[in-house]
Design a protein around this ligand. Structure first.
Ligand SMILES: [Zn+2]
Ligand SMILES: [Zn+2]
Length: 264
């Protein structure tokens, strides 16, 4: 069976990822505009009408801003926990959009969409009930973990054994500390409930790197306080000698995390 793992854009101006396996097609987050999601799907050779649902990680606008319109246009449901639902519902009401159909779960629930089994787990981030996802199809497990201030044993356990990961590498600590950003914002980003630095991301990936990990796409890179080369070098340094492909997901366009012709 064919498996596509494709990031459509990642960063503080919007996040959206496609997972397609056999007849199952899912988005994770919809923080780009509906128009952008649609055009990026089409540019990657994907039919937006095939999407069967959107799994949401948390209620920050860079993860939910396109949910209302995309769900209304393509008549698809949203999978999320109840706190995230309340953030989405608020945005949809404000924008006078049609309320999507919500399929609620509790964090740590597992559920199935078509051929894909989905695990949810909490991450440490500064909003109510934020989560990460692991998707299992056949013998292959892939994960989407962004927006977390620190690694926890739980996250490590859940992503251990993943073949491919979209994983946060938000900032270079030096660039962040020397940036012109207000001190309070710097503190927020560095906090345990903020975002992972390149070094933290490298450390976390190294911890699980011996358990079948083959592909990592670094995600949610800060445009002001990071650079793809800095993130890549930090992670490649730690993973030296290991057979793991490391790439970067960009804000402005699609990144194929797994090769286009990947089969499970
Ligand atoms: Zn975010
Ligand atoms: Zn966030």
């Amino acid at each position: 069976m064919h498996l596509d793992f494709l990031n459509l854009g990642s960063g503080s101006r919007g996040n959206c990822t496609l997972i397609e396996c056999g007849n199952t097609c899912i988005l994770v987050d919809a923080g780009l505009s509906c128009r952008q999601i649609t055009s990026r799907l089409i540019s990657a050779g994907k039919d937006p009408a095939r999407v069967q649902g959107i799994c949401i990680t948390h209620g920050h606008s860079d993860h939910i801003s396109g949910v209302g319109k995309f769900c209304a246009d393509y008549n698809i449901p949203v999978y999320c926990n109840s706190i995230t639902q309340s953030f989405i519902a608020l945005g949809v009401k404000k924008a006078n959009q049609k309320m999507p159909e919500f399929r609620n779960f509790n964090t740590r629930d597992c559920f199935q969409i078509g051929d894909v089994r989905i695990e949810t787990f909490e991450v440490s981030h500064d909003i109510g009930d934020p989560i990460g996802y692991v998707f299992q199809t056949g013998a292959i497990k892939i994960g989407v973990v962004t927006d977390l201030g620190r690694m926890t044993t739980l996250v490590q356990e859940r992503i251990r054994g993943a073949y491919a990961l979209l994983f946060e590498s938000n900032h270079d600590l030096g660039l962040l500390r020397n940036s012109s950003r207000p001190w309070r914002l710097i503190q927020r980003i560095c906090a345990n409930t903020g975002h992972l630095s390149n070094e933290q991301s490298a450390e976390a990936l190294n911890e699980i790197s011996s358990d079948g990990l083959k592909v990592v796409s670094l995600a949610h890179l800060s445009e002001e306080c990071n650079h793809p080369d800095l993130a890549l070098n930090a992670v490649l340094d730690k993973l030296q000698g290991k057979d793991i492909e490391v790439k970067v997901a960009f804000q402005e366009g699609p990144t194929w995390i797994l090769p286009k012709d990947f089969d499970v």
